[in-house]
Ligand binder design. Structure first.
Ligand code: SF4
Length: 415
């Protein structure tokens, strides 16, 4: 398949769920506020929070070049502002004023676990995912606030019904971290964001009850595992009482970015009578699987929860075969079956993360050729406008010609 635009349809997408997901930041000064309890003192606030205000002229994309400083004690708190990042020496002082313009538009949050990984590697793959960049101020004409068309399929507030047999519930508008490539960045992290209001949740549950074709509920956001076990239990009890719902799937980044939150109580809350619960873990680089992240993932797996992965193909983070292959192996080693590799969505200010489709297909061929079958995700695109998710290759079989390609470029006749 060829690229769809001069640079391919670049775009970076988060990856939380298979069918849409989370939202984005405090659109500080711009639009879209959603169905969350204003000022909700949700359980989420312990970790999340919307960040910052401020203004400064945009400047071109640049990366900070900081001295390596391994051995320094990282902040014990989530970093939520440019000032925090400056104090933690994750951005250089001379860039602080430039980055305030980014912070004025998109939320910032970097957990201690991720800050520790960034420390001393300010231009590396972890920093690139979480440290703001002035490139985010560049919005291309094709980029859009709702890149995968959630709004088109919104059945009730916070409930997306895009495919017949499943719905996506945006349970919260906050996350433990705010990824710079988030495909719902115009929603998540808004000031006052919290969990879905009781009224909106009741309406969503009523919709699910009345649509017997709904077999699966995907709980996303934001990040649903930022919510307290008590609140999750209430949700699971409600979903557990709906007979036709058989599967409940959570999409989360918490096991890797805030592994301490995967407590026994939280794992215990992810149960619903008669339902099978799956968890999809979003990670983009093998380094995210710290010892603590591996332990958190094991707590979920040991509880009998099947785990799948989600990864966003990101330029400068995982767009080479060795890095991507290493990530897939780490997933498998941690009992997480590689599921989706998302082509970047057309979220605003994310063009610096997007690769072309041809590059993504080359990576998939490399994985197919050199890595275990267990390490193969499906490379997918959420078609802009809400038309659904489709695999985007590569394909190997050419029916008309009666030929098949092998992963290393050889062509073989089937006749
Ligand atoms: S964790 Fe939050 S910010 Fe990151 S991609 Fe998911 S929804 Fe977006």
């Amino acid at each position: 398949m060829n690229d769809l635009s001069p640079k391919g349809f670049n775009g970076a997408r988060e990856a939380h769920e298979a069918d849409g997901m989370g939202s984005s930041p405090a659109k500080r000064g711009r639009g879209t506020t959603r169905s969350v309890v204003k000022g909700a003192t949700t359980d989420s606030e312990a970790i999340c929070g919307a960040a910052t205000h401020g203004a400064a002229p945009s400047v071109s994309a640049s990366r900070c070049h900081l001295p390596r400083k391994r051995g320094r004690n990282p902040s014990p708190h989530t970093l939520r502002s440019i000032a925090d990042l400056g104090n933690a020496e994750l951005v250089s002082r001379d860039r602080v004023s430039q980055l305030e313009a980014v912070a004025a538009r998109y939320a910032i949050a970097i957990t201690p676990a991720m800050a520790e990984l960034i420390d001393g590697d300010a231009t590396g793959p972890i920093a690139r995912q979480f440290v703001p960049d002035t490139a985010e101020l560049v919005t291309l004409p094709e980029e859009r606030d709702d890149p995968i068309g959630d709004h088109v399929h919104e059945a009730t507030e916070g409930l997306i019904h895009r495919y017949p047999d499943r719905v996506l519930l945006k349970f919260t508008g906050v996350c433990a971290v705010y990824c710079r490539f988030c495909f719902r960045r115009e929603m998540v992290g808004q000031e006052g964001a919290g969990v879905l209001s009781d009224t909106a949740l009741d309406a969503a549950l009523a919709y699910i009850r009345s649509h017997t074709e709904i077999w699966e509920v995907i709980v996303s956001g934001g990040d649903p595992l930022i919510v307290s076990p008590r609140r999750l239990e209430r949700l699971m009890t409600a979903l557990g009482a709906i007979a036709h719902v058989k599967v409940i799937r959570f999409h989360t980044r918490v096991p890797v970015v805030a592994p301490e939150r995967i407590t026994e109580a939280l794992v215990g809350a992810l149960k619903a009578s008669g339902k099978t619960v799956w968890v999809a873990i979003h990670a983009n680089h093998a380094r995210e699987f710290t010892e603590a992240a591996r332990a958190a993932t094991a707590r979920l797996a040991d509880a009998g929860i099947p785990l799948v992965s989600q990864t966003v193909l990101l330029r400068g983070v995982n767009d080479d075969a060795e890095t991507l292959g290493a990530l897939m192996r780490v997933f498998v080693e941690n009992r997480v079956k590689p599921y989706y590799l998302h082509h970047g969505d057309l979220a605003p200010g994310t063009s610096h993360f997007r690769t072309g489709f041809a590059a993504g297909q080359d990576l998939m061929r490399a994985l197919r050729g050199d890595y275990s079958g267990l390490c193969q995700p499906t490379y997918v695109l959420d078609i802009p406008g809400g038309h659904g998710k489709v695999p985007v290759g590569p394909t190997y079989l050419r029916c008309t010609a009666g030929e098949v390609d092998d992963p290393h470029g050889g062509t073989h006749s089937l006749r």
